[in-house]
Design a binder for this molecule. Sequence first.
Ligand SMILES: [Zn+2]
Ligand SMILES: [Zn+2]
Length: 163
Amino acid sequence: MENELGPEYASVKHTSFLVKYGASCCRAEKIEVCADPADAKICHCLTCQRLHGAPMQWTAIFHKHDVRITKGTDCLKCYNSEQKIQARIPPCKVSCGLCGTPIADEGHRRWLAYPSLFAFGFPPKVPQAFLPTCHIFCGSRLIDMSDDLPKWSGHKNNPERIF
Ligand SMILES: [Zn+2]
Ligand SMILES: [Zn+2]
């Protein structure tokens, strides 16, 4: 069971799993997905700013059953920012225990992967499905964005679009 994330995820034993995209950090972890993300967004919330050391965070949102980790599950480090404890209690931040790279947000039903870990070639060709469709939590943004994407003050569609 070393390399199994849990029953809600794709299994490493699934021979029908066709790898669509792969992601890794220092090579301690190997993450595979078999589908396009359902959505992608940029988050400007205070927690993402602090825990990523960046003004915003870009995530591609996958159904858990489309995701598996084939290497390094035992090396994952998880942090639940609400309870301020290192534990795999969703929603939590998942990072590599070896190099410290943030890997994903594990939600209750979704796996929010960080696209910068994916192999998109060089120069990278980011697939359309990974491109963000909106900015969320813009109420706490540190930098103004000049793109045409919808910008929400909190969650998507809630409470209001601010510009
Ligand atoms: Zn790593
Ligand atoms: Zn956030």
